[in-house]
Design a protein around this ligand. Structure first.
Ligand code: ADP
Ligand code: SF4
Ligand code: MG
Length: 325
């Protein structure tokens, strides 16, 4: 499979201050030596509990963060060393869909203004008539019908599901080749989620775009993704095709995540509550040990002495854990 995006040994470090009186500095490896590739037309799911580094990874691949180490390639080109013109083209080809349909739309802009702005940035000479046509086509694509009715509306006149569709329309009007969708349905009502997920799947069919689909919800991720990567404290610990990963999780952390999926019943299937069993104060401080060593029921001495490498266990199923070496 040809890859559109490739991360090589990517490290992102934040330095946070802790405590109100004693301002103690804490170093957080939000991404720690991450290797990952996303294929052409692939939807790659990225799961992990809150604070594992999913959003940081999404921002990094869109060139919205500086890195402390490693490189990110887009169609073979190092995105961090792109010249101005290349960066402009890269911005045209890549887009982000946000989690919060309420906070991510400018409340004083009309739907037409919100959706047409990115298109105009990259098509400076487009005639207004063509822009309107393009906006209407895009509204149709995201299921806002009849589209003309939405052009003059403002975000506060729309429901949560309609806003998220406007957010998607804004992201796809430039026909991006690669999208990052960061928890795109987790703030939506259960009844609207399947619709929005189906729009994302249709987009891949219509535009042939690749996508990084970020979520803490495994059922939702399995529904849309070809493969799933599991993140734990800044590291990818397991990757496999979606069904294989859910049916045969190898890493102890993935097993804990999967076992916290609610029992499949139609009402609870889309439950978004974050997996609480594992919530804790641990962060990755860059130590050379397995990031799961503090919580793992199978921990061994060597797990604290070095980090396990990612190895293939057949069936394109990769895992980083000493139990499998
Ligand atoms: N801008 C930032 N400044 C300081 N720390 C950050 C920043 N963004 C993220 N972090 C830290 O990096 C880690 C990963 O965060 P994030 O990528 O938001 O995780 P997720 O999206 O999986 O919930 C967390 O420990 C978080 O506190
Ligand atoms: S490497 Fe060791 S601590 Fe880490 S998940 Fe595997 S058994 Fe557990
Ligand atoms: Mg996040």
């Amino acid at each position: 499979m040809d890859s559109i995006v490739e991360l090589r040994n990517v490290t992102k470090i934040f330095t946070n201050t802790q405590g109100i009186i004693k301002r103690k500095k804490r170093t957080v490896y939000a991404l720690h030596d991450v290797n990952l590739s996303i294929g052409e037309k692939e939807i790659l799911g990225l799961i992990g509990e809150s604070g594992s580094g999913k959003t940081t990874l999404g921002l990094a691949v869109l060139k919205l963060l500086d890195l402390e180490g490693g490189e990110i390639l887009f169609r073979g080109k190092d995105i961090l060393n792109m010249k101005k013109k290349e960066t402009f083209r890269f911005r045209e080809k890549t887009e982000m869909i946000f989690q919060d349909p309420y906070g991510s739309l400018n409340p004083v802009q009309s739907v037409y203004k919100i959706i047409s702005t990115p298109y105009k940035v990259f098509n400076k000479n487009a005639k207004e008539r063509d822009v309107i046509e393009r906006v209407i086509d895009t509204l149709e694509m995201v299921g806002l019908n009849p589209p003309e009715q939405y052009l003059a509306k403002y975000p506060n006149q729309l429901s949560g599901g309609q806003r998220q569709r406007v957010g998607i329309a804004r992201a796809i009007i430039t026909n991006p080749e690669f999208l990052v969708a960061d928890e795109p349905v987790s703030m939506l009502d259960v009844s609207l989620r399947a619709d929005v997920l189906n729009i994302l799947l249709e987009l891949r069919e219509k535009l042939g775009s690749s996508m990084l689909f970020i979520s803490h919800d495994i059922a939702v991720t399995q529904y849309v993704s070809d493969r799933i990567a599991v993140m734990h404290l800044g590291q990818i610990v397991e990757i496999a095709e979606s069904t294989e990963l859910v049916n045969n999780p190898l890493h102890p952390y993935t097993q804990t995540l999967i076992s916290s999926i609610p029992i499949p019943d139609p009402e609870r299937r889309w439950d978004t509550s974050e997996p609480k069993v594992l919530a804790g104060e641990y962060v990755n401080e860059g130590k050379d040990e397995c990031s799961f060593a503090n919580k793992c029921p199978f921990v061994m001495d060597k797990c604290r002495r070095s980090r396990p490498k990612m190895i293939e266990k057949g069936n394109k199923h990769y895992v980083a854990c000493y139990l499998y070496e």
